[in-house]
Design a protein around this ligand. Sequence first.
Ligand code: ADP
Ligand code: MG
Length: 227
Amino acid sequence: MLLDVSRIEAFYGASQALFGVDLSVAEGEAVALMGRNGMGKTTTIRAICNLNPPRAGAVRLGGADLKGRRPHHVAKLGIGLVPEGRRCFPNLTVHENLVAAARPGRWTLDEVNALFPRLQERYAQMARSLSGGEQQMLAIGRALMTNPRILILDEATEGLAPVIRQDIWRAIRRLKAEGLSILVVDKTLSELLPVADRCVILENGRSAWSGKAEELTTELQDRYLGV
Ligand SMILES: Nc1ncnc2c1ncn2[C@@H]1O[C@H](COP(=O)(O)OP(=O)(O)O)[C@@H](O)[C@H]1O
Ligand SMILES: [Mg+2]
């Protein structure tokens, strides 16, 4: 397994949010991390990246235990995070954001331009002046520029206009097609399920169901994802 998350528990202060989350992502696999609001998806992702380190359980990347690694070191080891809320450096230009964490590999400025042509037109602008959709593209471009072994996307299409969402999904499908390993959280099942090889569903901070995307019946969707 490329990413192996085993029985992790995480807390906010004294309040426990994760009670045992298991998930794995194989090389070249796209895994959808699912569950209703507040079930622990973002907390799981933050625990994987040691932004909120797990208090129990283990996270391994390519077999190496990530315990005790600083978040920037986790990034260096190959986890490219597109965090919830599309955080970029607001007072750096688009170009500066892209090169800030760049590491050599398949993803270069030219390749990010080809993926998101809209970004190139904005190169000299401050990130804060971009539209929400452009900031999201920048956040994805930034993560790709680190040439990660796995890309993690937390609600990357949330709150964006439909045409921009389509651009983002097109990019995600391309990344999947070229074999990038992906862990993705998104509410739009009609876009998410065709991309996902497997799904892991969280309920109240625990892994409640996992299986192939085509095994996620409407009954299971109603039970775990319905409102
Ligand atoms: N900063 C925080 N402080 C305290 N509790 C939090 C914080 N962020 C999230 N939580 C709680 O942790 C649980 C999981 O939240 P989260 O991981 O954000 O869920 P999801 O991403 O699935 O919507 C929820 O009960 C939420 O209220
Ligand atoms: Mg979330």
